[in-house]
Structures are given as structure tokens and as C-alpha cells.
Design a protein around this ligand. Structure first.
Ligand SMILES: Nc1nc2c(c(=O)[nH]1)N[C@H]1C(S)=C(S)[C@@H](COP(=O)(O)OP(=O)(O)OC[C@H]3O[C@@H](n4cnc5c(=O)[nH]c(N)nc54)[C@H](O)[C@@H]3O)O[C@H]1N2
Ligand SMILES: Nc1nc2c(c(=O)[nH]1)N[C@H]1C(S)=C(S)[C@@H](COP(=O)(O)OP(=O)(O)OC[C@H]3O[C@@H](n4cnc5c(=O)[nH]c(N)nc54)[C@H](O)[C@@H]3O)O[C@H]1N2
Ligand code: SF4
Ligand SMILES: [Mo]
Length: 671
């Protein structure tokens, strides 16, 4: 019998697609995009099309296992769940009593974006008094920059872009990382719209664009301020309205007047004429849509770039969104406060709380003064995704570290587990999904029974709590109660779903969508913000330090950026491509200087580590700039990957990562 059921893509992608699942004899045979989902509209990306192979993979982790070989070798022996619980409870209680709860560190992120799955472990780790993980690896910098001037303001409805005359894709590879947005670009172009991409290299989106500005990495603040300077110098914008409709425009204007052109052109890498041409394009149109990604924030000046871009958007009045016009970083369509999600009681927060920034996992695992003795990994693959992998690897190899990994497949991290526990896939769970790229949410029921002895994140931590004799709230909640509690606290959710959750396939639009106006009518942009005195109040050129880069330009002459790959979702699906090293784009002049041929293997290295890639020589990149797409996995033969080169340094705000700012050297392998 063939059945169709609804589900939602669980992956960390702004599109959060509504899915139609085809089942034959309770087995998933096909996935497609739900044609009735207003954003998905029946289209499914290539990555997710292959997900059924993952669910039924022969090497999926289906039973609890303990390590029998050396750490990292991936040799395990199957055990029963009873044995697994006994080991887990004894180890955790042992650590709590001998060293203290704060020597245990949970490491989790967004393997499954369901709200229940993401926050399932927070209550128990709080109860234990474990070290808190600051979840900063993804958009922390961008969010901090946005919040500084825009507070909680949601983004504009992506559908508004369909009526725009100019769409600016800024630090985002739409075709790869936000593929459903492309439908609006296609629609707008049918009516004569232009697509302008701002990116240091010619990514897939830039290749299909009308204009491409090759900004210098980290140069976006200078570019945005430069455009505003042109608008002011040419008298192309109306001061009076801006003074009335925003806060502190006059102060900002004065500071722009004092910003020297040579600094703007040097930092942005774009000359005065190019910046003026961009400004001209912007004043020609009333209908402009800015789609911002977070590519421009993954460096040491990233938050300031977002701040300057929001200032440009305010100058162009894009916050007053309507069909044809707007600015979208993240939709913020639905919100649940942190206390509700983590089930924390604000009165019970332990006094001596310790936290670790997840971008500094390597340091935390190697820290003698504040040692971590227990590491519990779920919903994440830190050895592939965290910066400075070589230090993370050293940490994971520590004989005195007890590591638990709850996973679906044998990831590079899982290979280091002492105790390996089987995780269900999203298709085996009940959960709710919101989105960061559009305005719809949905609920999913399990579409197949759990495979083998796999259990969900929720069941793992609720059962563990019972085994540890934590019998108080929230450990007594069942899945329906947990979902109900989240829904009743969810901002943006229409009233009727607070008491009765939507059915699967019923895609609920956020009330923050404001009847076709994605942004708040009463919002007034603040050019000057004193909300945190640590930072300059105005968007202004960052002072570039001489030692800007964590390692020196002389020894490591190339700038490396490491954006996503179309075949991978962060490191997920790495198991399908274990034979691939991944590629690195090299400019022909650099290839020639290093006598590197097309298709040849190259070694990239710096003072942190090394990574091997296949040379692709082309003009997608610039001289001095290397681009390595994708978090391909390390292997037994080559135990390093691209994050061996990235740094644990932090961005300028929000404690974010700097994945697109590494210095490296390069040499060919063999002749
Ligand atoms: N296929 C696929 N899709 C994905 C993912 C994936 O791994 N694969 N990951 C998902 C996740 S978790 C996220 S957070 C999003 C991220 O998706 P995006 O928001 O698109 O962010 P990034 O991919 O980091 O970078 C986007 C672009 O920014 C560029 N960039 C780098 N430095 C700079 C700079 O200084 N200035 C400017 N203007 N551009 C710069 C990069 O070259 C890249 O082309 O994608 C999601 N979607
Ligand atoms: N160099 C470089 N590094 C990067 C980035 C970059 O652009 N460049 N991007 C960064 C970004 S934006 C992000 S968001 C992070 C992402 O980092 P992660 O959130 O760690 O993402 P994934 O690599 O997708 O790994 C998720 C893992 O969770 C597992 N999983 C899926 N569902 C479940 C579940 O229900 N339960 C359990 N227990 N496990 C599950 C999957 O099998 C997978 O192995 O990576 C970051 N790392
Ligand atoms: S990865 Fe993104 S585009 Fe692909 S199905 Fe999932 S949400 Fe949709
Ligand atoms: Mo991310």
C-alpha cells in the first residue's frame, strides 16, 4: 500500500521545507516538496532527495555501543540499552561527585532543527550544573549587529522580493544556501529586475547575477558607508525625511562626512567609480530588496558590516517594507524565549555558572585549569564543524575524557566516543519546526517507527533524568506537554494554535507578518545605539589592526574562505562523499606562481594545521584569495579537514566564529 504523509525538513537551512513523504509498507520510498507549502511550492533540493538513503543506510548507528579500540579508530562493541544507561548514569554521577557538575560539557547544535530536538538536553544539563555551551557558531555575530540598531525587528517577507526591481544578495549564496528564494528572483527578473551580488568570489549565485561586486573579505562596512557617502555628497537622498523618521541621522551624517575616501576604497577593495555606480543603481529604483546572508559576518569585523548595511537600508527606507521592498537577514517570524526553551527557572540559575563559547571548544578541551572531564555530543559533529579541528581532535583523544556521542551515522566525532548512542532521524519523531528564512511553522508526527533501538533527543534526556532520579518538572513532561508549552509561549503564533496544535501539513503563517507588511510599522531605525557601551555607537569603519590576522601575512600569504557546498549541509551528508577531499579555487596567477596544475592535489597549511584539496584553477576567485567550499570529512588516511586551518578567534560582537578569515600557505603535492 502506498501512503503519503506530511513532514518538515529538519536540516539547518533557512528554507525549512514542508515535505510530502511517500511510504510503501511503512518504508519511505520518496521525499518531495509539499506543493501546498507557500514557500516550498513542491520543490525539493538535491541534498534532501537523498535523505531516505541515510535513514536506511546499512552503516546507520542503530544500537548502543562501547569503545573497544583506541579513540578515533571507531571500533565499538554493541551493548544493551540497560548496560548503556548503567554506564552513563554511573559515569555522570561519578564526575558530578568527584569533580563537580561543571566539569561536564554538553555540545549540541542544529543537526535537527525541531524545537524539541534542539532544546531537549538543556533542562538536564542545567539540573546537573554542567558548563553551559554558548551557541555562537552560526549567526551570533549577525544577530548581535542587527540587534544593536533594530532590536527584535523581524525581517521582511521574502515573497516581497518578487515585486522588486533590484535585488541585492549580500554575503549569501542564494542558489546554494537558500535555494527557494530563487523563485522570487526569477519572478522579479521576468518584470525586468536586476540581481546584484556582493561577494569576494564568484559563487553560484554571482555567476547567475546581472552585477557582481567583488568586495574584499571584511570590506562590506566600508562599501556600505561608501555608498551612503556618495548618496550624501551627490544630494541623492532627502535629509529631512530621514531626520524625522529615524533617530540620530544628523550625527551619523556628520561622521560619514569625516570618513576618508582612501580608507573606504582600501578596506572595500572597490574604487570610487564602482561604489558610485552601485549608489546610482540604488537611487534609480524605489523597489529594492536586500537579502543578507551571514557570509560577511564570519570575520573579525563582521558585526560592524551588518551594522553599516542596516544603516544603508535605513537610508534607503527599506525597513518600511511592502511588496517590492524590504530587508531580510533572518525572518524572526516566531519566537520562544530562552527560559521556556531551556526550561530554566530564572530563580534557580546556579551562582557559579561556567560557560564555554562553542567556537573555542578546542581550548576548553585542552584547558588544564578548568578541566572538562565529560563531553556529551548530540545534534552536532564538532570535529568537522568547530574551528581549529586539530586542537579539538587532541581534546577528543584525551584518555581521561569521557565522551558520549548520540548520532545517526559514524561521523568523525562519533569515532572518538567512549559511549555511542543511536539517534532517530526526524522522520521517526514528533516535533515542531519554525523557519529563519520565511514566515511559516508546522508540526510533524513520526512517519515511520524508530529504526533499531534508536531514540530521539527528547527520549534520551527525559529517560536519563529518570535514571538519575530527577523526578521534578520538566522531566515529568511527555512530548505533547513539551510541545504544548512551547506553543503557548510562542510569539507570532495565531491564538487558535496555542491550545490546539496545527495538524501535520497545516502550515501556519506568523502574525508578525503584519497583514502583508513583514516589518513593524512603528519601527524607527536608530543610527546611533548606546545599548552596549563596549562598541562604537555609530556604524563606522573598523580600525584594522596591523595584527588583524591570527597568523602573519608573510608566512601565510593567502586569505582563505570556507563557505558551504551544494552537496553538503554543514557536515551532514559527509558520509555520502567520504571519497572526496573537496576542491579549492585558485586564481590562475597564484597557480602559476606555485606551479600548480588543474586537478592536482594541494596542501593548504598554517600554524594550526593542514588540509588537502583538489586544485580548481579559475577566475571565480581573486589573486591572494582561496575558496574551499564544504566541510568534507576527514578520513583514516587523511586525518585532517578544512577546519584544521580555521581559528578559534572570535568576531567583533556576539562571540561569533571567523570561518571566512584564515591565513594559509599552499603547496602542491607530488609533481
Ligand atoms: N547547501 C548548503 N546549504 C546550506 C548550508 C550548507 O552547508 N550547504 N548551511 C546552512 C547554514 S547552517 C547556514 S548558517 C547558511 C549560511 O549561508 P549564507 O548566509 O549564504 O552564509 P555563508 O555560506 O557563510 O556565506 C555566503 C557567502 O558569503 C561570502 N563571504 C565570505 N566572506 C565575505 C565577506 O567578507 N563579505 C561578503 N560580502 N561576502 C563574504 C562567501 O564567499 C559566500 O559566498 O546556509 C545554510 N544552507
Ligand atoms: N569552516 C566552516 N565551518 C563551519 C561553517 C562554515 O561555513 N565554514 N558553518 C558553521 C555553521 S553556520 C554551522 S550552523 C555549524 C553546524 O554544525 P552542526 O550543527 O554540528 O551541523 P552538522 O554538520 O550538520 O552536524 C549535525 C549532526 O547532527 C546529527 N543529527 C541530526 N539529527 C539528529 C538528532 O535528532 N539527534 C542527534 N543526536 N543527532 C542528530 C547529524 O547526523 C549530524 O552529524 O557548522 C559551522 N562550521
Ligand atoms: S535542505 Fe533546505 S532546501 Fe533542502 S529540503 Fe531542507 S529546507 Fe528545503
Ligand atoms: Mo549555520
Amino acid at each position: 500500500m502506498i501512503e503519503k504523509k506530511y513532514s518538515n525538513c529538519p536540516l539547518d537551512c533557512p528554507d525549512s521545507c514542508g515535505l510530502l513523504v511517500t511510504l510503501e509498507k511503512q518504508r519511505i520510498t520518496n521525499l518531495s516538496g509539499d506543493p501546498d507549502h507557500p514557500y516550498t511550492r513542491g520543490f525539493l533540493c538535491n541534498k534532501m532527495r537523498r535523505y531516505p538513503e541515510r535513514i536506511y543506510a546499512e552503516n546507520r548507528i542503530l544500537y548502543p555501543q562501547i569503545r573497544i579500540g583506541k579513540k578515533g579508530e571507531a571500533s565499538f562493541r554493541q551493548i544493551t540499552w540497560d548496560q548503556a544507561w548503567e554506564i552513563l548514569v554511573e559515569k555522570l554521577n561519578g564526575l558530578i561527585h568527584t569533580h563537580g557538575g561543571n566539569t561536564i560539557l554538553p555540545y549540541m547544535f542544529a543537526g535537527n532543527m525541531g524545537l524539541v530536538s534542539q532544546y531537549a538536553g538543556h533542562p538536564i544539563f542545567q539540573k546537573i550544573g554542567a558548563t553551559r555551551l554558548e551557541q555562537t557558531i552560526c549567526s551570533a555575530t549577525a544577530q548581535a549587529g542587527w540587534k544593536h540598531h533594530c532590536g527584535k525587528l523581524p525581517g521582511a517577507d521574502p515573497a516581497f522580493a518578487a515585486d522588486a526591481k533590484l535585488i541585492v544578495a549580500w554575503g549569501i549564496n542564494i542558489k546554494v544556501t537558500n535555494s527557494h528564494f530563487w523563485q522570487y528572483i526569477t519572478a522579479a527578473r521576468k518584470n525586468g529586475a536586476k540581481l546584484l551580488v556582493i561577494d569576494p568570489y564568484e559563487n553560484d549565485t554571482a555567476r547567475s547575477a546581472d552585477l557582481h561586486l567583488r568586495v574584499k573579505p571584511g570590506g562590506d562596512c566600508a562599501l556600505a558607508l561608501g555608498v551612503i557617502k556618495v548618496l550624501l555628497e551627490k544630494g541623492w537622498i532627502e535629509d529631512k525625511e530621514l531626520i524625522r523618521e529615524t533617530y540620530d541621522f544628523s550625527t551619523f551624517k556628520e561622521s560619514i562626512t569625516l570618513t576618508p575616501w582612501p580608507d573606504i576604497t582600501a578596506q572595500s577593495g572597490l574604487d570610487h567609480l564602482v561604489i558610485t555606480t552601485f549608489a546610482k543603481e540604488l537611487v534609480k529604483q524605489k523597489d529594492i530588496f536586500f537579502r543578507l546572508g551571514i557570509g560577511m559576518t564570519r570575520n573579525t569585523v563582521g558585526a560592524m558590516s551588518i551594522r553599516a548595511i542596516t544603516a544603508l537600508a535605513a537610508t534607503l527606507k527599506l525597513f518600511n517594507s511592502r511588496p517590492g521592498k524590504g530587508i531580510l537577514l533572518t525572518s524572526k517570524a516566531f519566537g520562544v524565549d530562552k527560559e521556556t526553551l531551556t526550561s530554566s527557572n530564572p530563580n534557580k540559575v546556579p551562582a557559579a555558572e561556567r560557560s564555554v563559547n562553542m567556537n573555542r571548544l578546542g581550548h576548553a578541551l585542552m584547558d588544564d585549569k578548568m578541566p572538562i572531564h565529560g563531553l556529551v555530543v548530540y545534534n552536532a559533529n564538532p570535529l568537522s564543524v568547530a574551528p581549529d579541528s586539530s586542537q579539538v581532535r587532541h581534546g577528543l583523544a584525551r584518555e581521561d575524557l569521557f565522551t558520549v556521542v548520540h548520532e545517526q551515522v559514524m561521523t568523525p566525532t562519533a569515532r572518538y566516543a567512549d559511549l555511542l548512542l543511536p539517534a532517530t532521524t526526524a522522520f521517526e519523531n514528533k516535533d515542531i519546526y519554525i523557519a529563519y528564512g520565511h514566515f511559516y511553522m508546522g508540526l510533524v508526527e513520526p512517519v515511520i517507527p524508530a529504526r533499531g533501538e534508536a531514540i530521539s533527543n527528547f527520549d534520551l534526556f527525559q529517560q536519563l533524568a529518570i535514571k538519575m532520579n530527577y523526578t521534578d518538572w520538566p522531566f515529568t513532561e511527555n512530548i505533547d506537554q513539551r510541545i504544548q508549552r512551547y506553543l503557548s509561549a510562542m510569539e507570532g503564533l495565531p491564538e487558535q494554535y496555542r491550545q490546539k496544535p496545527p495538524n501535520p501539513g497545516q502550515w501556519v503563517q506568523s502574525t508578525r507578518h503584519h497583514d502583508g507588511h513583514g516589518q513593524d510599522r512603528s519601527f524607527k531605525y536608530r543610527f546611533s545605539s548606546n545599548s552596549d557601551l563596549k562598541y562604537p555607537a555609530l556604524p563606522s569603519l573598523p580600525v584594522l589592526r596591523k595584527d588583524q590576522y591570527p597568523c602573519s601575512e608573510k608566512d601565510f600569504p593567502f586569505h582563505l574562505i570556507t563557505p558551504p557546498h551544494p552537496k553538503l549541509l554543514n557536515s551532514t551528508f559527509g558520509d555520502f562523499h567520504q571519497d572526496l577531499l573537496g576542491e579549492v579555487f585558485i586564481h590562475p596567477l597564484d597557480a602559476e606562481a606555485h606551479r600548480i596544475r588543474e586537478g592536482q592535489q594541494v596542501r593548504l597549511y598554517n600554524d594550526r594545521g593542514q588540509s588537502y584539496r583538489i586544485a580548481r584553477i579559475n577566475t571565480k576567485t581573486e589573486p591572494g584569495l582561496l575558496v574551499a567550499e564544504g566541510l568534507f570529512w576527514e578520513s583514516k588516511e587523511i586525518p585532517s579537514a578544512i577546519n584544521d586551518l580555521t581559528s578559534q578567534e572570535l568576531s567583533d560582537m556576539g562571540g561569533g566564529s571567523i570561518f571566512h578569515e584564515s591565513r594559509v600557505a599552499m603547496e602542491k603535492v607530488g609533481n
